[in-house]
Design a protein around this ligand. Structure first.
Ligand code: C5P
Length: 312
């Protein structure tokens, strides 16, 4: 009798940073951060199947996703996440990972991190490893600074270099509505390490306690106008100066009527908060078809789920 193959599918949501404060430089070369991060309803689809005797990875992409930017398997965070679970926690030897990419690669939207988060959460379930959320976050932090936030799901405050995350909306609270957002990508690549290197030429830090406080209350109340006023990214001035395409795209979104416009993470994607879906569509029409953009919504209380089995 042949074994039944089960494929689990995980929607790996992208993220945007609504605020990103740089609080210090650490001895290990990383920066001490405080960042309010929220997933959005733009997600890669990760299918996980237990089969074969090694880790197999395929990546396909929606139009607008430049697959030439995908590195080797060994560099791929999803692949590395599966390997980490095998080495440390005895996940199955044969794992097929099929990724459908919808999130632009290297765009400051956490696409690679989201894929790794999905593999950690999905394999934990499919292989019956029984690892706690905290253990998964620790494993995720070894692979990349954004991964713990994406494992946690929902709007979070991220501190340290990203390894500490706390939910903004405590469990059991009434759901709040997300913000409509247009995300656009100028089609260039910004290295995260470079963005951090150039962020603070004068050594000055970018603590913004007001922005931090206000963004949290805006998320809790669902008030997009106060959220727009509170947006802040300490990496933005350096990235805008070094990569003028990002600054020009932000200007276009602003001129087109974005309520608040910000570089996402280390870029190159830029996002605009908008009033509603029709405002967002109008903004996208204004941008034209030459620039990749998407209208989506933040998921303030979203949780990552592994669905399945979809095919017994
Ligand atoms: O952790 P991750 O691989 O995403 O980080 C990529 C690079 O970004 C790091 O090698 C580091 O140069 C920079 N970084 C940083 N401080 C952080 C996060 C990332 O300096 N908190």
């Amino acid at each position: 009798m042949s074994a039944i193959k089960r494929t689990y599918v995980v929607e790996a949501a992208a993220k945007i940073n609504l605020t990103l404060e740089i609080l210090g430089k650490r001895a290990d070369g990383y920066h001490e951060l405080r960042s309010v991060v929220t997933p959005v309803a733009l997600a890669d689809q990760i299918s996980l199947t237990l089969e074969g005797s090694e880790i197999a990875l395929t990546v396909s992409g929606n139009p607008g996703v430049d697959l030439t930017r995908i590195g080797s398997n060994e560099e791929n965070l999803a692949y590395r996440a599966a390997r980490l679970l095998q080495e440390r926690h005895g996940a199955a030897q044969g794992i097929r990972i099929d990724i459908l990419k919808r999130i632009p690669i290297g765009g400051g939207l956490g696409g690679g991190s989201a894929d790794a988060a999905a593999v950690l959460v999905g394999l934990n379930k499919i292989c019956g490893l029984g690892l706690s959320l905290d253990t998964l976050k620790l494993l995720g932090a070894e692979l990349g600074s954004d991964i713990p936030a994406l494992i946690m799901g929902g709007a979070v405050v991220m501190t340290g270099r990203g390894e500490h995350v706390a939910s903004i909306l405590p469990a059991g609270k009434k759901p709040v509505s997300g913000f409509w957002v247009v995300i656009a990508n100028p089609g260039i690549f910004v290295s995260t390490a470079h963005a951090y290197r150039i962020c603070n030429p004068t050594g000055g830090l970018t603590e913004r306690p007001d922005a931090y406080k206000n963004i949290i209350s805006s998320i809790r109340s669902g008030d997009v106008h106060s959220a727009a006023a509170a947006l802040f990214n300490g990496l933005e001035p350096g990235v805008f100066a070094a990569y003028p395409e990002t600054a020009r795209l932000a200007e276009r979104l602003q001129r087109a009527g974005g309520l608040g416009v910000l570089l996402s993470g280390s870029g190159a994607s830029v996002f605009a908060l908008v009033r509603d879906a029709s405002h967002g569509e109008a903004l996208r029409r204004d941008l034209g078809s030459g620039i990749w953009s998407v209208l989506t919504k933040t998921l303030p209380d979203g949780v990552m789920v592994a669905h399945g089995p979809l095919e017994p």
